[in-house]
Write a protein that binds this ligand. Structure first.
Ligand SMILES: [Zn+2]
Ligand SMILES: [Zn+2]
Length: 162
């Protein structure tokens, strides 16, 4: 399969998973190990993404790619998003993290190649070692809906569920 086809398949899968979100959320709360709110993949604490919704509810995603897809499909803007620092496992606000897309998978289950770091030097070291590039500006992942303007809110409210 080509890389593009893989991406398209993953994207389609992600959309289907988003449609099933409420179900997944319920299954997750009913016990067992915590799983990704998007695709149900078992979480790795050093790679997970945590999103806090406006109402305070928390969503855990298995990787940056899932976090990005989840935010893109979220019906409401979110209050905050956090990523795990790959170097230490500690949680960092997504807006302060350094993201690197490299040749090695950050989370192979999802074919996610975006790595998150708390410190610039760790990000640059990874980029240098694995042919990576720092994702900056509009290329930054998880920009999602955390800080979008009124126009976006108005639109989501209009088309909102419930
Ligand atoms: Zn996932
Ligand atoms: Zn994932």
């Amino acid at each position: 399969m080509t890389r593009g086809a893989t991406r398209a398949a993953l994207f389609a899968g992600g959309l289907a998973a988003v449609a099933a979100l409420p179900l997944v959320g319920r299954a997750w709360r009913s016990g067992g190990e915590p799983r990704c709110a998007l695709d149900g993949v078992a979480l790795d604490a050093s790679r997970r993404v945590r999103v806090v919704e406006d109402g305070g509810a928390e969503r855990l995603l298995c990787c940056v790619a899932c976090g990005d897809r989840w935010l893109a499909a979220a019906a409401e803007p979110v209050r905050a998003a956090f990523v795990a620092d790959e170097a230490t496992g500690a949680e960092v606000p997504a807006g302060e993290a350094w993201f690197v897309r490299s040749r090695v998978a950050a989370f192979p289950v999802c074919a996610c190649f975006v790595h998150a770091f708390a410190r610039e030097e760790d990000a640059r070291r990874h980029a240098a070692a694995y042919g990576g590039e720092i994702l900056d500006g509009k290329a930054r992942p998880l920009r999602g809906r955390a800080r979008r303007g009124a126009r976006e809110s108005a639109r989501t409210r209009q088309g909102g569920k419930r």
